[in-house]
Design a protein around this ligand. Structure first.
Ligand code: FAD
Ligand code: NAI
Length: 466
């Protein structure tokens, strides 16, 4: 039996950040991870490989379409999909090895195998060779993440009917890819394959894409993706799928009833959300149960069983890597007797399509529902000099501020490189900035970030628009 201050179960952004933080604070810590590599969904089959393919496919499309030619760069690119996949795998491998390095540096021990809780303070780890190792811990942190939500009647085989992991590893460009679910995964991975030459049809149950997004911003994104050639079938549900060696036939019905249709394609991506993962974790040994979505509830990362904590995708809140990371730090700080806290009101979200979408805080729809009076400032990238020079004028910056106090309540950006700009507003909003604070802050010229300032100026009708 080995004794630890903290045993973390799961080596994703929640788990690895918890283990590293615990090591930094001088706690004796082990992290149990069953995968071959650390990094969880995010590094292995999520954030990082998807961004590698988004980056490469964006450049491929820029080179093969009119974008490079407009700049006076004339090339005829050839797609080498095997190399595109290899550079993705190499980058991922570098990143997962980086986590192993950080573990060694901060004295966090990686215990390879699948962990099962066997009552308070006890974790049994099954290694690949079938052997069991028993760990004793003062505190256990559950960070077991999530898995794709299955769709009844559409069974994932990762041959023709794919989940996100399968869609990140295709050996050929689909002729026709049908994506079920117009959420973040569907739009990002749909974009990758469309840019590489696939016809892409997105089937969405609701009457809009990305339901959580600020409505105006979501509409702008749908317009843009449609212009790029993505087809949307909204308010539609897939009721069945027949897969063969060469393709899939889907049965699709309007949600409100009406004539069913069948849609033939060579690949299907099912991306209708993710659900918490607690299989085989031994929650029953603690008397803990999950809710009907499979979620393990928490109160400031505590499960209700003393010494058992939970963070990341497996518990409530946005299923995002940076949310898992923030929870990891706050949870370990609490275990170490410090005062860790996560500000759930200010977790940014980004969709890495082209144009990108980045949001933080409240949407107009949420504020209307809360009955809170607000004012909106908007600035289009067509009026931003850097975006104009770069021929990237699609989109806008939108700032929502409290009507009475002028405090910034929400920011919704759609446009070039907005993923890199939203952090400015996260900091500002942490300090309860007003729109006027942003409007009075000097921004460098010429940058796209000037649009953020101009949108704040527009809250008071003072933007310098052409
Ligand atoms: P995970 O990363 O899922 O890690 C959990 C780990 O626990 C896994 O490695 C699993 O093997 C291990 N595990 C589970 N049970 C056990 C057990 N019993 N014993 C041992 N190990 C166990 N988020 C973003 O913020 N930005 C993005 O751009 C982004 N892109 C994404 C793209 C895709 C295609 C997907 C699928 C997700 C993406 N996400 C993104 C979401 C992000 O990956 C997750 O929010 C994040 O990984 C959650 O971290 P976690 O530590 O809670 O769980
Ligand atoms: P999602 O929740 O973003 O979108 C799922 C979509 O599927 C929704 O629009 C929903 O209405 C629709 N849907 C649900 N059931 C359906 C059905 N039966 N038929 C048709 N449509 C249906 O989930 P997604 O895209 O699977 O992503 C999972 C998680 O991964 C997200 O919560 C997100 O936080 C995370 N992620 C984050 C990324 C980022 O930060 N850039 C990138 C990719 C994933």
């Amino acid at each position: 039996m080995s004794n630890y201050d903290v045993v973390v179960i799961g080596g994703g952004p929640g788990g690895y950040n918890a283990a590293i933080k615990a090591g930094q604070l001088g706690l004796k810590v082990a992290c149990v991870e069953g995968r071959e590599t650390l990094g969880g969904t995010c590094l292995n089959v999520g954030c990082m490989p998807s961004k590698a393919l988004l980056h490469a496919s964006e450049l491929y499309e820029a080179a093969s379409g009119s974008e490079f030619a407009t700049l006076g760069i004339e090339v005829k690119p050839t797609l080498n999909l095997a190399q595109m996949m290899k550079q993705k795998a190499d980058s991922v491998s570098g990143l997962t090895k980086g986590i192993e390095f950080l573990f060694r540096k901060h004295k966090a021990e990686w215990i390879k195998g699948w962990g099962r809780i066997d009552g308070p303070g006890k974790v049994v780890v099954k290694a690949a060779d079938g052997s069991d190792r028993v760990l004793q811990a003062k505190d256990i942190v559950i960070a077991t993440g999530s898995e794709p939500t299955p769709l009844p009647g559409v069974t994932i085989d990762n041959q023709r009917i794919l989940d996100s992991t399968g869609a990140l590893a295709l050996g050929e460009v689909p002729k026709h890819l049908v994506v079920i679910g117009a959420g973040v995964i569907g739009l990002e991975l749909g974009s990758v394959w469309r840019r590489l030459g696939a016809q892409v049809t997105v089937v969405e149950f609701l009457d809009r894409i990305c339901p959580g997004l600020d409505g105006e911003t979501g509409k702008a994104l749908q317009r843009s993706l449609s212009k790029q050639g993505m087809t949307f079938k909204l308010s539609a549900k897939v009721t069945g799928a027949k897969a063969s060696a060469s393709g899939v036939t889907l049965d699709i019905e309007p949600v409100s009833g009406g004539a069913a249709e069948s849609l033939a394609c060579d690949y299907v991506l099912v991306a209708i959300g993710r659900r918490p993962y607690t299989q085989g974790l031994g929650l029953e040994s603690l008397g803990l149960a999950t809710d009907k979505r499979g979620m393990l509830a928490n109160q400031k990362h505590r499960t209700g069983v003393p010494g058992v904590w939970v963070i990341g995708d497996v518990t409530s809140g946005a299923m995002l890597a940076h949310k898992a990371e923030d929870e990891a730090i706050a949870c370990i700080e609490q275990i170490a007797g410090k005062a860790g806290e996560v500000n759930y009101d200010l977790i940014p979200s980004v969709i890495y399509t082209k144009p990108e979408v980045a949001s933080v805080g409240k949407s107009e729809e949420q504020l209307k529902e809360e009955g809170r009076a607000y004012k909106v400032g908007k600035f289009p990238f067509t009026a931003n000099s850097r975006a104009k020079i770069n021929h990237e004028t699609e989109g806008f910056a939108k700032v929502i501020a409290d009507e009475r106090t002028d405090e910034v309540l929400g920011v919704h950006l759609i446009g070039p490189s907005v993923s890199e700009m939203i952090g400015e507003y996260c900091v500002a909003m942490e300090f309860s900035a007003s729109a006027e604070d942003i409007a009075l802050t000097c921004h460098p010229h010429p940058t796209r970030s000037e649009a953020l300032r101009q949108a704040a100026m527009d809250v008071h009708g003072e933007a310098m628009q052409m």
